[in-house]
Design a protein around this ligand. Structure first.
Ligand SMILES: [Zn+2]
Length: 186
């Protein structure tokens, strides 16, 4: 039952610097814990946080689990919806944040989004239900106990899709702690 080492905040940025994300260490830690528990199955949930006043930076503070009625296989996940609105309402009322996107796990494989992942994000970006015109997608791939990597991208209501790269300073820090490995880093 070794406590996982404390995970630091990670920063991601789009090449044009239009979008920036701070993935809070506590959120990442819960994601990794859910991945460990899911073992060889996919898991995931929603990301809760807030935007900077200029809307350029998304701060992700909480990552939820998939919900009790979720179903998952090795390469697919249908997350639950029943408890989600209640949870988001509670966060909203307590001014603790709101829906900023989705995350899920690709067990034992790379974190590149599938065609289905991309079309799902497109429909969330244009849906009125989520009130989120620029949802974020974070995917963890690999082994949550060892070498894992992260992918982050933002979708816009107008159909744009921007990949966010881990900013090098923090990627280097993650390397030195041995906790994370980043795809597409030099
Ligand atoms: Zn996926």
């Amino acid at each position: 039952m070794g406590r996982p080492m404390r995970v630091d905040d990670l920063w991601f940025k789009s090449a044009d610097r239009m979008f920036e994300v701070r993935l809070g260490g506590a959120a990442l830690e819960s994601m990794l814990e859910l991945c460990r528990r899911a073992k060889r199955l996919e898991t995931g949930g929603v990301l809760i946080g807030r935007y900077s006043s200029d809307h350029r930076v998304a701060h992700v503070d909480v990552a939820t689990g998939p919900g009790s009625e979720a179903q998952a296989g090795e390469t697919w996940l249908v997350r639950g919806v029943r408890g989600l609105q209640k949870l988001l309402d509670a966060f909203w009322i307590q001014e603790r944040g709101y829906y900023v996107g989705e995350w899920h796990f690709h067990p034992g494989s790379d974190p590149s989004p599938s065609g289905r992942d991309v079309s799902q994000m497109r429909s969330i970006a244009t849906s009125d239900c989520y009130h989120c015109p620029e949802p974020l997608l974070v995917i963890i791939g690999g082994d949550p106990n060892g070498a894992y990597s992260l992918h982050a991208e933002v979708h816009t209501r107008t159909g744009c899709r921007a990949t966010l790269d881990a900013s090098s300073k923090d990627a280097a820090a993650a390397h030195s702690s041995g906790a994370a490995r980043f795809g597409d880093q030099e």
